[in-house]
Design a binder for this molecule. Structure first.
Ligand code: HEC
Length: 141
């Protein structure tokens, strides 16, 4: 009888230990996966689905002008024509591209296109802001 009780106690404490260590490792895993999730969603959070929080942001600070976006982001490549980027207000560079239609050109600018980086590196730009920058770059054509 005494033996049985000891065995039962041993079994119980083993069970407790197992539960505690399982709980602890589950907590560690949970902590790790939260970090991993935070890392994974970070760049996605910056890209944003059209019209979602970009609209909120625009409401808070107002959309940036095409000139402002161009001057901060696009000029790095589109002023000198780096890597074959169509130069600002250069009709020869832009005419064949604009012939694709604004929807296509805008889609390329948003998603990236060969050496053209997605959103021209303006990760928090809304679609409208990218479009305004394109219009600014092609206003004199
Ligand atoms: C790192 C350099 C770089 C930056 C910064 C950059 N672009 Fe570009 N962009 C390019 C290159 C290179 C091309 C030509 C890609 C090709 O046709 O292969 C291009 C092409 C484009 C096109 C034409 C797409 C088409 O369909 O032909 C548009 C529109 C455009 N960029 C918009 C922008 C806007 C708007 C910005 C700023 C928000 C910007 N780019 C910033 C390099 C850049």
């Amino acid at each position: 009888m005494k033996r049985l009780t000891t065995l039962a106690l041993k079994g119980l404490s083993f069970g407790l230990a197992a539960m505690i260590s399982f709980g602890a490792s589950a907590a560690v895993q949970d902590g790790m996966s939260k970090d991993a999730i935070a890392k994974r969603i970070e760049p996605i959070g910056k890209v944003r689905v059209a019209g979602e929080s970009a609209a909120n942001e625009a409401a808070a600070s107002g959309p940036r002008s095409g000139e402002a976006v161009f001057g901060q982001y696009c000029t790095a490549c589109h002023t000198a024509g780096v890597m074959g980027a169509p130069k600002i207000n250069n009709a020869d560079d832009w005419k064949p591209r604009l012939a694709q239609g604004m929807d296509t050109v805008l889609k390329h600018a948003i998603n990236g296109y060969n050496a053209m980086p997605p959103k021209g590196t303006c990760a928090d730009c809304s679609e409208d802001e990218i479009k305004a920058a394109i219009e600014y770059m092609t206003a004199e054509i």
